[in-house]
Design a protein around this ligand. Structure first.
Ligand SMILES: [Zn+2]
Length: 141
């Protein structure tokens, strides 16, 4: 067995039964990285210290979560994060991406109830009746 295989096996044994990297860990390390990048341009000492502390706390917390053996609690935290933050954000960005890629339709948001209405492009000035609240949306398709 080579030296690197031994290290790999040792690491796998060490990580057995531990949480490892999940979505919340990734979000935490990316946030810490973003804070450090922002911090490179900050000139005010107090803001620098606050951002640096926040980034360090996030990194330490992330490391703690990765090596934690309390899987039930870590998975509950991750599930909460996915439900409250990750999936809503992903759904919103997915919808925006779909709308920008769709060249055959135009999307209008109802000012009353925030319902997104899809209409075909190239019909000129139109009045859309919201299917949810029956409000009118004036626009050009
Ligand atoms: Zn509406």
């Amino acid at each position: 067995m080579s030296f690197f295989q031994k290290i790999g096996n040792g690491l796998a044994r060490f990580m057995y039964g531990r949480n490892g990297a999940d979505h919340l860990c990734m979000a935490m390390i990316l946030t810490a990285l973003a804070l450090n990048i922002v911090n490179a341009f900050v000139t005010v000492d107090l803001v620098y210290v606050i951002l640096h502390t926040l980034s360090t706390v996030l990194t330490v917390w992330m490391i703690f979560r990765m090596f934690s053996r309390n899987l039930q609690k870590r998975r509950a935290e991750n599930a909460k994060f996915l439900n409250k933050i990750w999936w809503p954000l992903k759904r919103r960005f997915g919808a925006v991406k779909q709308q920008t890629q769709d060249k055959e339709h135009k999307y209008f948001t109802c000012p009353n109830c925030r319902t997104v209405c899809r209409v075909p492009r190239g019909k000129g000035k139109i009045v859309i009746t919201c299917p949810k609240c029956r409000g009118e949306i004036h626009g050009k398709s």
